[in-house]
Design a protein around this ligand. Structure first.
Ligand code: TTP
Ligand code: MG
Ligand code: MG
Length: 350
């Protein structure tokens, strides 16, 4: 079973501030979106652990935080500085040569491949101490069989920890956790699940997968599998948002390659239109098949050169889908262009 290592920086913006203002360490402080003059109108981006001790947290209005701690220190956000620190962390991580997905400014996932838990643990210790020493910041690492589980075990190991979650521990770990502890489940999803009587992951595991798909589309399927100890999240190198793709359910489930091919043709056309509209080109192509049993497989191919050609996208997709056809019926196919760049040469973020 391949393992994923997920690293998330501890109280990131605030830790960056402590690094350059060590005198702040003992006092409660927040980093906020508003200027100091208008601080009461902004929200807290993050705060240090001293402030957390007073019940202050991310996304709380600063005015409310000041009520909880009237002598709270307020700092204006300095995005360029945090991005610079983030870049240092990410380039240290990428230096290990594993497939690395930068998931946000302060977190990344590494696909470790087939490696033992003890080797993964040893690697995590080295990475954590290098980030402590070479960048000067604290972080926490989670290791499990997929990105979502690795994130969950990272969350419960904070601060400054390393958490391992093995396959045999998964069911017990997940059972009583609230659904919103799953990466990607926000308040809206949690509220809708509550309406059908689901608040824990244990309850989610017993839901009807078809009902979940009806409610949430493909995310419903992911939720169902996640609740049942299957984390199929993939490491996508570079930014996940930096991909453009289309997927669609086939009219009837099929094993007929020609039907999938016809669908991919249309999807490729739509994806290329979008790539061109955004003024981008790409170097990675990925094709997905979803089977009747709700499992999915993805095939990726990296090109030698950037392109925005329909023929290349569709032609590659047509090759890749052949590798995904097996004895199972296929209900959905998708094609995606990733490793995107602006044609002007700048990395595109949108
Ligand atoms: P997080 O990793 O969610 O939080 P954190 O690093 O501050 O704390 P933790 O130790 O629990 O991981 O977010 C990373 C940074 O993103 C955070 O330092 C500031 C910013 N951020 C916001 O600007 N607004 C928000 O609502 C959140 C959650 C984060
Ligand atoms: Mg963090
Ligand atoms: Mg984070």
């Amino acid at each position: 079973m391949p393992l994923v290592l997920l690293l998330d920086m501890d109280y990131f913006f605030a830790a960056c501030e402590e690094l350059r203002h060590p005198e702040l360490k003992g006092s409660a402080f927040v980093v906020g979106t508003a200027t100091i003059a208008k601080r009461e109108r902004g929200v807290v981006q993050t705060c240090n652990y001293v402030a957390r001790g007073f019940g202050i947290h991310s996304a709380m209005p600063t005015a409310q935080a000041l009520k909880l701690k009237p002598d709270l220190v307020y700092l204006e956000s300095d995005d360029n500085y945090y991005q610079e620190m983030s870049d240092r962390v990410m380039s240290l991580l990428k230096g290990y040569g594993f497939a690395t997905e930068v998931m946000s400014i302060d977190e990344a996932a590494l696909g470790l491949g087939d490696i033992s838990y003890s080797d993964a643990d040893a690697l995590a210790r080295v990475i954590k101490s290098r980030i402590n020493n070479e960048v000067g910041l604290p972080c926490t690492i989670g290791i499990s069989t997929g990105k979502v589980y690795a994130k969950m075990v990272c969350d419960v190991s904070k601060p400054n920890g390393i958490g391992l979650l093995g396959e045999d521990e998964l069911a017990g770990f997940l059972k009583d956790k609230k659904v919103d502890s799953i990466l990607g489940v926000g308040r809206k999803t949690a509220d809708r699940l509550k309406e059908i009587g689901i608040s824990t992951i244990g309850q989610l595991s017993k839901a009807d997968p078809n009902v979940l798909v009806e409610m949430f589309g493909s995310f419903g399927r992911e939720l169902y599998l996640l609740a049942n100890c299957r984390d199929e999240s993939r490491i996508v190198e570079s930014y996940t948002v930096m991909s453009i793709g289309r997927e669609r359910t086939l009219e009837v489930e099929t094993k007929d390659l020609a039907k999938m091919d016809a669908m991919l043709k249309g999807l490729s056309k739509e994806a290329i239109d979008e790539v061109k509209k955004k003024g981008m080109w790409f170097k990675g192509i990925s094709v997905k098949a979803r089977y009747s049993d709700f499992t999915e497989r993805i095939k990726n191919r990296k090109l030698n050169n950037y392109t925005d050609s329909y023929d290349v996208l569709y032609g590659t997709a047509a090759q890749l889908i052949k590798e995904l056809v097996n004895e199972k019926m296929v209900r959905k196919v998708g094609v995606r262009a990733y490793l995107l760049e602006n044609r002007k040469g700048q990395r595109g973020i949108f």
